[in-house]
Structures are given as C-alpha cells and as structure tokens.
Design a protein around this ligand. Structure first.
Ligand SMILES: NC(=O)c1ccc[n+]([C@@H]2O[C@H](COP(=O)([O-])OP(=O)(O)OC[C@H]3O[C@@H](n4cnc5c(N)ncnc54)[C@H](OP(=O)(O)O)[C@@H]3O)[C@@H](O)[C@H]2O)c1
Length: 262
C-alpha cells in the first residue's frame, strides 16, 4: 500500500531499539527522511545503519536523553535543520522499572513521569511550530496496553502512562485540524524491553527460565504469540500516513487481541 508520505520528514524519540526503531524503519520504508535519538552511541550507530537500509531517504541519528529538556530541543531542532521540514513525530521511551506499589518510592514516580510524560510534552512543544509550518502533520505516541488494563508488577507503567493518553486526547483537539494525534497501545512484542522484564521475573522466581516466561507472556494472547516489532512499526507508519487521514485521538491496541476490556 502506498502510504503517501514519500519525501516527508519524521522524528522518532528513543528510536534506537525495539518499537521506536521498528517505527523508524517502517517510516523509512515508506520513503521518509528519519531522525532517531537514544543515549548509547553503539546502539545509535547500529540503528542508523538499519534505518538507512530500510529506505531511500536520509537518516539522522543523534545522542539525546529524552528526560533532558535541552537534549530534546536540540534533537528536534537538528532534525528540522537537516531535513528542512517536519511532518511526523513518533514518541517512544524506555520502560519504567517493573515492580509493585510497595517496591516504589517518590523518586521512582517522578522519574517515570519525566521519562514517559514530560519527554512527550517537550517533544511536541518543540516540534509543533515546524509541524504546522508546512501545512500540518501527525503525532503518534507509543505507550502500552497497560493504559487499558493494568499489568501485574508494572505499577509505574499502569499509572503514569495514562497521562500520555490524556495528553494525546487533548492534543487531538488542541492541535487540530493541522495536526492529528494518536497513540498505539502495544501488547508484548519481543524487544529488549520484554527480554528484560522476563529476565527480572525469572530472577524473582516467577518462572523457571526465559522460555517459560516468554510462553507465559503469549498465553493470554488470542493470536497465541507475542508480536514482532515490525507489526507495531507498520501500524505507526499507517497512523502517520494519509491512509489514516480521518483517525484522530485514537488509542489503537496492537496486542494480538489480548486486552479484554472495550
Ligand atoms: N516491547 C514490548 O512488548 C512493549 C509492550 C508495551 C509497552 N512497551 C513500551 O514501549 C516503549 C518501548 O519499548 P521497547 O520494547 O521498544 O524498549 P527497548 O527495546 O528497551 O528500547 C528502548 C529504547 O529507548 C531508548 N531510551 C531509553 N531511555 C531513553 C532516554 N532516557 N533517552 C533517550 N532514549 C532512551 C533506548 O536507547 P538507550 O538506552 O541507548 O537510550 C532504546 O532505543 C517502552 O516505554 C516500553 O515500556 C513495550
């Protein structure tokens, strides 16, 4: 399917691994110039090669910590300088630490808020002027299915991510009609984040080994498997494209059907 975004420019925060990287690759495949950011230099350079191979456009890979205001502003500004325009903003982030309520202190809650919510606030605030300058664009926030159904041992994700959905819904009104804002709610996809969560659970003694943990993550999924990050990336590219031109303010589950609530 032609997504109609060939020649557009996109940024993906925390786009050097996992779901952010898969989204960057899908946007590159659709013909966009793509800028990605992350903190680790090796991961940045590996991701830059992968996005470059995915499509014909230019790629910019910059070191930026999305919890730092100056880093976010400089990442967005550099992408606009390099590409001369901005059409699509995709926000991903690292995952907050796992654990239940009694495992957390104040600092954990403020850190999760900075990582998940303020990173999006600052990215959108900086990106908005260039987004509207060329006639508008799109925002897609990568969050989690935990905003619809709480997940055991992920109290920070269950609680703080809901702020991103409230923000996205507000943006879908405040920034329209020039800008559409949507979110994707991933279920389990096999990225390093999931590997980490399963390994943590193995360490806590919840599972015998990694395979047993991964099998458990697949268990409640009607499609009987965890997702391939590409499947999430392609949904992000579609929401960024003209093929979804009347979709605004939607929170789209990409979870193999595992969320039971409507
Ligand atoms: N994978 C899943 O199944 C799943 C399901 C539901 C929700 N999610 C959520 O979706 C998001 C992405 O997950 P993922 O699986 O793609 O994670 P991942 O594979 O661990 O990748 C996380 C990416 O974020 C970057 N990052 C982390 N903290 C950053 C920071 N402060 N500044 C800049 N970049 C940062 C990492 O690079 P550096 O470390 O080098 O900075 C890396 O590129 C997370 O919030 C996760 O909780 C994932």
């Amino acid at each position: 399917m032609d997504l109609g975004i060939d020649g557009n420019a996109a940024i993906v925060t925390a786009g050097t691994a996992g779901l952010g990287l898969a989204s960057a690759e899908a946007l590159a495949e659709a013909g966009c110039d793509v800028a990605i950011c992350g903190r680790d230099e090796d991961r940045l350079s590996r991701a830059e090669s992968r996005v470059d191979e995915a499509g014909p456009g230019d790629v910019l890979a910059l070191r930026a910590d999305i919890t730092e205001k100056d880093d976010v502003e400089s990442f967005v500004g550099s992408a606009v300088d390099e590409f001369g325009r901005l059409d699509h903003v995709v926000t991903s982030a690292g995952g907050p630490p796992s654990g239940s309520f009694l495992d957390t202190d104040d600092e954990d809650w403020y850190d999760a808020y900075d990582l998940l919510v303020m990173s999006v606030v600052r990215t959108v605030r900086t990106a908005h002027p260039p987004l509207v300058e060329d006639g508008g664009g799109t925002i897609v926030n990568i969050t989690s299915r935990s905003v619809q159904e709480v997940i055991d041992d992920l109290v920070l994700s269950n609680s703080v991510r809901r702020g991103v959905i409230g923000l996205m819904k507000s943006l879908s009104h405040d920034l329209a009609p020039e800008v559409r804002a949507n979110a994707v709610l991933p279920g389990a996809h096999e990225t390093s984040r999931i590997e980490e969560l399963v390994e943590d659970a193995v360490e806590r003694g919840d599972y015998e080994d990694y395979e047993a943990g991964l099998a458990d993550w697949s268990e409640g999924v009607p499609l009987e498997r965890v997702g391939d990050p590409r499947e999430l990336g392609e949904t992000v590219a579609w929401l960024s494209s003209d093929r979804s031109s009347y979709v605004n303010g939607a929170a789209v589950p990409v979870d193999g059907g595992s969320t039971r609530s409507v």
